[in-house]
Design a protein around this ligand. Structure first.
Ligand code: CA
Length: 219
């Protein structure tokens, strides 16, 4: 899952980026609304994590504009602990959920997964494909009864394809779902991970669509 984090506080931003990356998210972090707007023009994100107090343009103004432009991307708002007013305004401006500061990273991660689930119309937390079950919260991958060792970028790729089962993705699109802006892209990495996943989970797991890219295999 690729996250756009908009937060001007270095300590908070750094903590969220590090913590979520460890939990298998790809996090791109910007510190103001202007940078967020250009990021949204060039890249695809699954969820936005939005601070309210930002320099020049506030998070709420940004959110209102986003919704006015009919952008439906799920937004998790970070609000000050005691401000009920912020939360009300935030939800009324089009936020899907909010989290008062300070928060536990585990809760941010859980809420992001819930938001993505909801936006995809899924009710359950686990992802299933044939005999394969993936638990995004514990990052466990089970093939029938056996736990399979899938981690790091390989796990991110598997999660991404299972989260968007009907879409076809080009190599470039998969690369950008696996790597944030600050992570150097290793060449051939998508091919390498696809190869490895097929070896571990069966070659049907990922379909190569000639001339277009990759897709989760047929059910
Ligand atoms: Ca702030």
């Amino acid at each position: 899952m690729r996250i756009l984090l908009i937060e001007d506080d270095h300590l908070v931003g750094d903590g969220i980026q590090l913590g979520l990356t460890k939990q298998g998210f790809t996090v791109d972090w910007v510190q103001d609304v202007e940078s967020a707007q250009s990021a949204l023009k060039t890249d695809q994100f699954d969820v936005i994590v939005l601070d309210i107090g930002l320099p020049r343009v506030s998070g709420l103004e940004f959110l209102k504009k986003l919704r006015a432009a009919d952008n439906k991307i799920p937004v998790l708002l970070l609000t000050a602990k005691s401000s009920v007013e912020d939360r009300i305004q935030g939800l009324d401006s089009g936020a899907d959920d909010y989290l008062p500061k300070p928060f536990a990273l585990g809760e941010v991660a859980a809420r992001l997964r819930a938001l993505q689930r909801r936006s995809q119309g899924r009710a359950v937390a686990t992802l299933k494909w044939r005999d394969l079950t993936v638990f995004p919260d514990s990052q466990k991958v089970m093939l029938k009864e056996a736990e399979i060792d899938v981690r790091g970028k390989e796990l991110r790729l598997l999660l991404f394809l299972m989260e968007h089962p009907h879409n076809i993705y080009s190599r470039e699109e998969l690369e950008s779902s696996l790597y944030g802006w600050n992570e150097g892209i290793e060449s051939n990495s998508v091919e390498v991970h696809v190869h490895s996943l097929r070896k571990k989970l069966g070659k049907e797991i990922i379909k190569t669509v000639r001339g277009s890219g990759y897709q989760l295999g047929e059910e």
